[in-house]
Design a protein around this ligand. Structure first.
Ligand code: F6R
Length: 609
């Protein structure tokens, strides 16, 4: 989604802002732009559609430098990707510049009023109303900060804003409501971004803006006023803890493949220091502060979106089976509008790779005043969700750059396994077995990854089909849903995930020789049941690819293709299946010649509703 980078300091900040924008490329964007103040405060703005290199090449031809620069990568929400629609946006007099993440819901009303007052508009965006609104109030009040406050007061929606102007003497304003902004204090400059990964290279000293904060930034200081509490204060400095592992391609052709190959290490990192091998106990430091509250929990609601939601479904099966606590998994986008009774003995767990997903944040905000315990399972350290929850467990999966989530999904499941065992917290035989299996899992995944050429061959055979069904039971059910999502995302092929038991209730009608099924058959008590679904599909001439760990001649003779994964426990075997399905989607996308890391229309982190 859209990204923001800003610089204010003694030197020329253009290159630094461009580097920062490149750092955000993986999040998905369609255009980019920067604005600054040149010699004698002459404002400039440059925007280009497509890759940041286009903007960079354009800037190389200019003789400009600026010690106050704002930059943006845009992911179209209002209006197509075009130069006019790209940020920074400016007012009619071209002396107020704004970059914006988020959505202004009432922009059409504001635009109408501004047009009546004589303003004109060059873009289709919601953002363009902001500099003009500030302009309007500035003309009225002659006080820039007051004008910003009045403008913000008129906006309905969400925003992270950087506002610069040639009317100001080397000052920059930042504002936040529902979209992240973090400022870093480097030695001679301040760098601002919507994602802390941009800041890490410059400094670890940061401050996070909170909702309703309006910050005034000059050369090396920031003053914040919260427009809700009306309090003015110095920024609270935090030291950024980094979980960024080596995030270069390391010889891999794409991030998605690299991140799938990171999975064994991801599992080790997610469990490191959290398993007491001798006593066979789980220790989760992040939950220590709420452990007594956890003991009284009678119901858990997991909220999440997309792949994290499917990890949450895994959590439902795990927690109910292991910890014996009823769990509901709700899509965050539904939860926030759903009316339901929630008692204080409920715990809400938000699962999110980025920690910045707008719907998941809104779901947590909904229960803010309910007195319930809010936990986070988050990958990005210091992200909004990690800060608005009462406690939580970090995934420690390292940066995930490919848009399609792979290693973060696996780490979320590992954390959910650990949480399930921590809730129960008994050194039972079962706990021992599961922890042992978690320890063995990285090696088993390495064994599976070593067969990547076989997986590639199978995938290539299936890349010609236009529709797919993924079926599974138990833990293989969320795995089937995730397998279908992965294929849709990176190959644009229609794929549906189904509980295998639902086949006869509808989906079997679609089956014919052009509609393949990927059947996930765990080596458990449900094996025979899913096998009979496969027989029904074969009887209707549907091509079938089976993923299983059970060696059984009956299946071998029945299906078109078969891939054996290493045997693991019932709780962890589906993780191996999920890794197979990630590779399956990856190789189909590659076979179709698509951009696997940056699929069309998608963004890495969905920071608008
Ligand atoms: C799928 C994918 C998305 C995310 C979803 C939630 O590969 O990446 O479906 O899982 O947007 O994002 P997070 O986990 O950052 O809250």
């Amino acid at each position: 989604m859209c990204g923001i980078v800003g610089y204010i300091g003694k030197d020329n900040g253009i290159d630094l802002v461009l580097e920062g924008l490149k750092e955000l490329e993986y999040r998905g964007y369609d255009s980019s732009g920067i604005a600054g103040l040149g010699k004698s405060q002459d404002p400039f703005v440059f925007k280009e559609v497509g890759r940041i290199n286009n903007l960079e090449n354009k800037l190389k031809k200019q003789e400009i430098s600026s010690n106050l620069v704002i930059g943006h990568t845009r992911w179209a929400t209002h209006g197509k990707p075009s130069k006019n629609n790209s940020h920074p946006h400016y007012n009619n007099s071209k002396n107020i510049f704004v970059v914006h993440n988020g959505i202004i819901e009432n922009y059409l009303d504001i635009k109408k009023e501004l047009i009546q007052k004589g303003y004109t508009f060059y873009s289709e965006t919601d953002t363009e109303v902001i500099p003009n609104l500030i302009d309007y109030y500035f003309k009225e009040t002659k006080d820039f900060k007051k004008a910003i406050k009045m403008a913000l007061n008129d906006l309905r929606g969400t925003y992270a804003l950087l506002i610069s102007s040639s009317l100001l003497d080397n000052r920059l304003f930042l504002a936040r409501l529902g979209s992240p902004l973090v400022a870093g204090f480097a030695k001679d400059y301040i760098i601002i971004a919507s994602d802390q990964s941009v800041i890490l290279k410059h400094t670890k000293k940061v401050t996070y803006l909170e909702d309703f904060d309006l910050a005034e930034v000059s050369n090396n200081k920031i003053k914040i006023e919260n427009l809700k509490t009306l309090k003015t204060f110095d920024p609270k400095i935090e030291i950024l803890e980094s979980n960024l592992t080596e995030d270069s391609l390391n010889g891999f052709p794409d991030y998605m493949l690299k991140e799938i190959f990171d999975i064994p290490e991801t599992i080790r990192l997610a469990s490191r220091g959290r398993i007491d091998s001798k006593k066979r106990l789980v220790k989760l430091g992040g939950l220590d502060s709420v452990i007594s509250q956890l003991e009284h929990i009678e119901r858990i609601i997991i909220v999440a979106c997309g792949t994290s939601y499917y990890a949450g479904m895994f959590g439902e099966y795990l927690i109910e089976e292991l910890a014996d606590i009823p769990v509901e998994v709700v899509l965050a986008s539904e939860f926030k509008y759903k009316k339901e009774p929630i008692s204080r003995s409920t715990c809400v767990i938000a699962v999110s790779q980025s920690g910045e997903t707008a719907d998941t944040i809104a779901a947590l905000n909904k229960v803010k005043d309910f007195g319930v315990l809010k936990l986070g399972i988050v990958n990005v350290i210091g992200s909004t969700i990690s800060r608005i929850t009462d406690a939580g467990v970090y995934c420690h999966a390292g940066t995930e750059k490919a848009v399609a989530s792979t290693k973060a999904f696996v780490s979320q499941i590992v954390i959910l396994v650990l949480i399930s065992l921590r809730l129960k917290n008994v050194s039972s035989k079962q706990t021992k077995e599961i922890l042992k299996e978690l320890e063995n899992l990285p090696a088993k995944i390495e064994e599976l990854l070593a067969k990547k050429e076989d997986i590639k061959k199978i995938s290539q055979k299936y890349s010609k089909y236009k529709d797919f069904l993924f079926i599974g039971r138990g833990y293989d059910y969320p795995t089937a849903l995730e397998g279908a999502l992965k294929l849709k995302e990176v190959s644009y092929i229609h794929a549906e995930g189904y509980a295998a038991g639902e086949m006869k209730h509808g989906p079997i009608a679609m089956i014919d020789s052009n509609f393949p099924t990927v059947a996930l058959i765990g080596d458990d008590s449900l094996y025979e049941k899913t096998l009979s679904n496969v027989e029904e599909i074969k009887a209707r001439k549907g091509p079938v690819l089976v993923i299983t760990s059970r060696v059984d001649k009956k299946i071998k003779d029945l299906v078109d293709d078969l891939f054996y994964i290493p045997r693991s426990s019932n709780y962890t075997e589906s993780i191996l299946t999920a890794v197979f399905l990630q590779l399956f989607a990856y190789y189909i996308s590659k076979d179709l010649g698509l951009n696997v890391d940056r699929p069309r229309n998608l963004a890495k982190s969905v920071t608008v509703e």
